[in-house]
Design a protein around this ligand. Structure first.
Ligand code: NAG
Ligand code: NAG
Ligand code: NAG
Ligand code: NAG
Ligand code: NAG
Ligand code: NAG
Ligand code: NAG
Ligand code: NAG
Ligand code: NAG
Length: 774
């Protein structure tokens, strides 16, 4: 798209030398940055480096509609801002550090100005282009902690403005008290024409207290006029003759307006969580003066190719599937944000990652894929979470603007740490501290008053396990606590994580205690409750016994017994104890038909598509694969493939629900790969791969090569496994372990066909909590 051909060979050569591959492939051509941006997917289509602090993109205002990643397909531009999340729901966060181009005489710049869209936005990896209704072209490029804007104002126009309104945030219209606030800022224009600005913001989805972001901006041409302003929501904007504006009040806006007579203007902006000085440093390190816009674009493409997109290669030439594959890889590597060296909270030599959004979404299958594809990021992320515990007292389940929250279910970092531990992730992780952080989650209730959460006032949603007092006292959670039933399912999973790490560290007393506690989901099991012919469900309960519920329609939100999924859904939740679940549901036959019922159209007339299984959200991610626990791997293949093919596609609404920081995309990637992780254990369930060949580069010249014959090469037909070889040897069980194919690399050779055959005759996948003792 850009005339930058002269730069490509140099960058491509550098990349090739690094990876010592002869020919660098440009995988960015397969990424559709608009995939999943609509229909609730909330994907972020703007520009960013992998895990970059800067996510520069448009902010659209369409009153009444929450814009979670800034982008909407409709509405008017309120700014082009440097900070966004990826694919999140709940309530918007960020939309901070703005610029907005405006043509004409702007008399009241700090009046929350918007400008209509003039043409549909365009974008590709590293490059974004928008056109305003005033015919200004805005092009965007990003490095990690700095970004670049390039403006082309209409020919003949001489009043070409760039507005920087520090009061700008992404608003929320949901009326849940989760809207972000502006609490003040500073804006200073220096004699050389550059500006340094900061803003103070608060609230948003995690109800965070005030946080400050600093920025440092340069233009490549001299402004005719440059003024700092203060303004109020009710009144006009006032020029500050000093060129400097400051406010410590939410009612007083600050900002600047730069007016140019040139038609093409570019701007470089750096950001920092620490200081103006650091923001300028970040800018000059990454995008020094004189940097061509196209150099930044090419640098971003190169980063995605070498660090992310080349981690998976396939022989397929099918355009649809290449687009699904590489777009999914792209969107799963935007969060968390690597903020190492940019932690305003404490000084530490450990790495620092924020924008965890959220482990509740990500623990089931996403962090396990991050481990495989980005081992360095993964290890740094875990060290950072342990450091957060060190300095703030708790591991995060979610975190943004350097503040933990909100916690929807359990303390699910426990599951992630356990997964890393059992798979042998060591490096520079201090596992004694890691385990101590997990024990804190398991033993010490968080401070319930910080911050008060009106949507769930019973206990803290910031961190830890708010309902822990009941869990410790009774081994179940009473309705004194909101989300009691679904939190119990999570807490049991979390305790299983503690068991795994305690066992590995040789802490046998702890291990047996936590294994025992990991079975406490059973205390919420009402064996007599019946729903459409099936008996036994996870139910709310108090000290005197079970409380009635309708498993089909008891899904709720923060204040309810079940969070964002029903009792039908949550009853499958504790995958470490599947052996027990199979028995308690009535044995393999009933388990099979009950799983089938999850996917049967008409089973739940109350749901829009008539099925119980909820593809739009994470609690049921594991469900299509649970057939492996009764040795019906063929049904896992069938149901998971139906979900993948029915609910995911390459359109703008091609995700079934919120991406949730890439959680949805990782679920799809595992479906393409033919494996599914059981987080907290070394187990991977085997289903069937889509492609004739797919190679995962595991780093250090290790590879996992997955091939298939007899399929259609796209995963649409002939999907059933006929036979399998792992590392060259016939494989007869429907699961394998991390060591089998990931630790040192490996091969999986599938033969596929149109009909199920019972190829797996070996032992079932482990159910560690079903075993009688440690
Ligand atoms: C801009 O508008 C203001 C207020 O209407 C006016 O005083 C000023 O002269 C205008 N400036 C130009 C350059 O037209
Ligand atoms: C806020 O700013 C005003 C004037 O700018 C100053 O008088 C006041 O002390 C400041 N308040 C705080 C809490 O910093
Ligand atoms: C400023 O940057 C733009 C776009 O990169 C370029 O076209 C223009 O020539 C530059 N102007 C000056 C004065 O360097
Ligand atoms: C970190 O260290 C720097 C340099 O000593 C100091 O200025 C800063 O205040 C420290 N930050 C925190 C949060 O302690
Ligand atoms: C994270 O950021 C730090 C500071 O820029 C950098 O040193 C580190 O290599 C980054 N981590 C990864 C995995 O790129
Ligand atoms: C909990 O937080 C509140 C508000 O910050 C504080 O007053 C109280 O002392 C804290 N309680 C404990 C036990 O730390
Ligand atoms: C396990 O829990 C049961 C009852 O919930 C208790 O009787 C038993 O002592 C526990 N075992 C251990 C090792 O904690
Ligand atoms: C749930 O379904 C039952 C019938 O199965 C109905 O009586 C009840 O009103 C429904 N509850 C809700 C909250 O939709
Ligand atoms: C490409 O893949 C899609 C999805 O699997 C499939 O519908 C389509 O038929 C394939 N196209 C070709 C040419 O094979």
């Amino acid at each position: 798209m850009l005339g930058s051909a002269k730069l490509i060979p140099v960058l491509a050569l550098a990349a090739a030398a690094e990876r010592s591959t002869p020919q660098a492939v440009d995988y960015t051509q397969y990424v559709n940055v608009f995939l999943g941006t609509e229909g609730g997917g909330n994907d972020f289509p703007g520009v960013a480096r992998p895990f970059g602090m800067v996510k520069l993109g448009p902010d659209l205002l369409n009153s009444g509609t929450d814009s979670y990643s800034g982008y909407l397909s409709n509405g008017a531009f309120s700014g082009f801002t440097m900070m966004h999340e990826q694919g999140t729901g709940g309530a918007p966060k960020y939309g901070t550090v703005p610029q907005l181009p405006l043509v004409g005489n702007i008399t009241n710049p700090l009046s929350s100005i918007t400008v209509p869209r003039g043409a549909p936005d365009q974008g590709s990896v590293g490059y974004y282009r928008a056109q305003t209704g005033q015919n200004v072209i805005v092009e965007l490029a990003a490095a990690s902690r700095a970004g670049m804007y390039q403006y082309t104002f209409p020919a003949g126009s001489t009043e070409n403005n760039i507005l920087v309104d520090m009061s700008h945030v992404l608003p929320s219209f949901r009326g849940q008290g989760l809207g972000q606030g502006y609490a003040g800022g500073e804006f200073t224009i220096y004699p050389d024409g550059h500006y340094e600005a900061s803003g103070i913001y608060n609230n948003g989805w995690n109800r965070s207290p005030d946080w400050t972001i600093y920025s440092c901006g340069y233009f490549n041409v001299t402004a005719e006029t440059a003024n700092a302003y203060t303004g109020t929501s009710s009144g006009g904007s006032v020029v500050q003759p000093s060129g400097s504006a400051s406010s410590n009040s939410s009612n007083t806006y600050v900002g600047g307006l730069f007016t140019f007579s040139e038609n093409i203007v570019s701007s470089r902006v750096g950001i920092s969580w620490i200081s103006y000085e650091k923001a300028c440093q970040n800018l000059n390190n990454e995008i020094p003066e004189g940097t061509e816009f196209s150099t930044v674009v090419e640098g971003t493409k190169e980063a995605w190719n070498s660090q992310v997109l080349s981690t998976i290669q396939t022989t397929t030439t099918n355009a649809t599937n290449l687009e699904l594959l590489y777009s999914s890889l792209y969107f799963m590597n935007l969060l968390p944000t690597n903020q190492t060296g940019e932690n305003p909270g404490w000084n530490s030599t450990e790495p620092y990652y924020s924008d965890i959004f959220t482990l509740w979404d990500l623990f089931r299958c996403s962090t396990a894929l991050l481990h495989v594809l980005q081992p360095t990021v993964y290890e740094e992320h875990i060290r950072s979470m342990i450091d957060i515990w060190r300095f703030e007292g708790y591991l995060p389940d979610a975190r943004s603007s350097n503040y933990n929250g909100r916690t929807q279910g359990g303390s699910n970092a426990d599951n992630v740490l356990a997964d890393a531990f059992v798979k042998g992730v060591r490096g520079r992780i201090n596992w004694n501290d890691g385990y101590a952080a997990m024990v804190k989650d398991a033993e010490v209730p968080p401070n319930n008053t910080v911050p008060p959460d009106p949507m769930a006032p019973d206990s803290s949603t910031k961190e830890g396990r708010g309902a822990l007092p009941d869990w410790l006292q009774y081994g179940f959670i009473t309705p004194k606590y909101s989300r009691a039933a679904s939190r119990a399912v999570d807490y049991a999973y979390n305790d299983f994580g503690l068991y795994q790490v305690a066992k590995g560290l040789g802490r046998w007393d702890d291990a047996s205690k936590y294994l025992n506690r990991s079975r406490n989901w059973r205390n919420h099991w009402n064996p007599d409750l019946e729903s459409i012919g099936y008996k036994g469900f996870i139910v709310p309960r108090d000290v005197s016994g079970f409380i009635n519920t309708d498993p089909l329609n008891d899904s709720g939100y923060w204040g309810d017994p079940y969070y964002e999924a029903s009792s039908w859904d949550y009853s499958w939740g504790d995958i470490h104890d599947m052996g027990t679940l199979v028995q308690w549901m009535g044995g393999p036959e009933t388990f099979l038909s009950r799983l089938d019922t999850m996917f049967t159209v008409g089973a739940n007339p109350g749901n829009p598509n008539g099925i119980i299984f909820d593809s739009t959200n994470e609690p049921t991610f594991n469900v299509p694969y649970l057939y492996n626990f009764i040795n019906r791997q063929d049904r896992s293949v069938l149901q998971s493939r139906k979900v993948a093919k029915q609910y995911y596609n390459t359109r703008v609404n091609g995700l079934p629900g919120n991406s949730d920081a890439g959680a949805m995309q990782t679920w799809l990637l595992w479906n393409m790969i033919g494996l599914y992780p059981v987080t907290g254990q070394t187990t991977f369930l085997i289903h069937s791969p889509w492609y004739e060949s797919l190679t995962i580069n595991l780093g250090g010249n290790k590879k996992l090569v997955i091939t298939s014959t007899g399929g259609d090469g796209n995963g649409d037909s002939n999907i059933y496994v006929q036979s399998l070889k792992v590392n060259g040897r016939p494989w007869k069980q429907n699961w394998l372990t991390y060591d089998d194919v990931f630790a040192h690399g490996g091969t999986m050779e599938f033969v596929l066909g149109p009909n199920p055959v019972q190829w797996a005759t070996g032992p079932l996948p482990p159910s560690p909590a079903t075993e009688p003792c440690v």
